[in-house]
Design a protein around this ligand. Structure first.
Ligand SMILES: Nc1ncnc2c1ncn2[C@@H]1O[C@H](COP(=O)(O)OP(=O)(O)OP(=O)(O)O)[C@@H](O)[C@H]1O
Length: 328
């Protein structure tokens, strides 16, 4: 393994991808137009980071990942992964990256998992001892033991996904790109996949770039999230910071001794009572504000019995963010 670089294991500087598309407008007639799938995107991911890459359909996520693997060549800008230009040295890079596309399998449909893995062993020229060790570890942690001799086409989606994740890791990649790794999985399979990825990142320091529509994946795995829309990077930072960008609200649920008219706090105009149900009331307040002074004010003026604070639903936050940017 090479000396560790402290920052910029994945580096994008004003990367663009423009597709020339021909749209049919009638019989024998067509119109050419350009789709700017990725529009001047810059970011850096440090070695060992686990970053979420999210955005609505057609935002440019898969296009970015395809450029990071070398499948697509950028139309402009500079892109490096582990110091390698992916589209120029795709084969050399392939030894250092692992890719899982949730909607497609890299496994051989008619072969048992074991045979697919053997083929990868040869293709990637993985040293025997390392291959055996990695396979054993994946089989154990992803619970693949019973499945190794089953043809891929007979596996359930969750089993196949675990098989695909193992396949992407047999050659010890330093970076793993995951495009929708939990799509279509049941709750148990999702949690198993997430647990495995968390351990992989913690124990091996594998850098992970994760694209998903399931925000629980992000909440449970990534400290940092990047949001892309219409090919542009809209947000890059802590997941918690998204709440501020999305101007979201938290909810204070208070239980009073008895039913009372909606709580009104003259000194806190940003607080709204949004629901009253018997002695329970729901108050919405900006997520960027602290709940403590609000609680103190209510406790001083009302017969408070109990309370809880509900965090904003991250999906609502992101939807709001797309709306305010004119996206979706
Ligand atoms: N090969 C291609 N030729 C022409 N246009 C393309 C091609 N690949 C992607 N696009 C267009 O580029 C834009 C970005 O697509 P991309 O697949 O990267 O989005 P995405 O964020 O991965 O979406 P999804 O969440 O639906 O998978 C879309 O408008 C898409 O139609």
């Amino acid at each position: 393994m090479e000396a560790q670089t402290p920052t910029g294991f994945i580096e994008l500087d004003q990367v663009e991808k423009v597709f020339d598309v021909r749209r049919k407008t009638g019989f024998m007639r067509g119109e050419r137009h350009r789709v700017r799938a990725v529009d001047s995107i810059s970011f850096r991911v440090a070695r060992g980071e686990m970053v979420g890459y999210i955005g609505p359909n057609g935002a440019g996520k898969s296009t970015t990942i395809k450029m990071l693997t070398g499948i697509l060549t950028p139309s402009g800008g500079r892109l490096r992964v582990a110091g390698i230009d992916p589209s120029r040295e795709r084969t050399r890079l392939a030894h250092r990256i692992g890719v899982v596309f949730g909607q497609r399998t890299t496994l051989w449909w008619d072969l048992p998992l074991r045979d697919s893995y053997r083929l990868m062993h040869r293709m990637y020229r993985i040293p025997d001892a390392r291959y055996r060790e990695n396979l054993e570890r994946c089989v154990e942690l992803l619970d693949l033991g019973e499945l190794l001799d089953v043809p891929v086409r007979q596996l359930s989606l969750g089993q196949r996904m675990r098989g695909d994740i193992a396949a992407a890791l047999l050659h010890d990649p330093e970076v793993l790109y995951l495009d929708e790794p939990t799509i279509g999985l049941d709750v148990v399979s999702k949690s198993r996949v997430r647990g495995f990825l968390r351990d992989l990142n913690a124990e091996r320091g594998t850098t992970v770039l994760l694209t998903t529509h399931d925000l629980t994946d992000i909440e449970q795995l990534c400290k940092r999230v990047m949001v892309i829309d219409h090919g542009r990077l809209m947000y890059d930072g802590a997941l918690a910071g998204l709440h501020e960008v999305g101007e979201s609200e938290r909810t204070l649920v208070v239980d009073l001794e008895r039913q009372l008219p909606p709580i009104r706090l003259e000194s806190a105009p940003s607080v709204r009572t949004v629901k009253v149900e018997g002695p329970r009331q729901w108050l919405a307040f900006p997520a960027s504000e602290s709940a403590a002074p609000l609680v103190a004010r209510i406790a001083a003026d009302y017969p408070l019995v109990d309370l809880s604070v509900r965090e904003p639903d991250i999906e609502a936050v992101i939807a709001k963010m797309y709306e305010s940017a004119g996206g979706m």
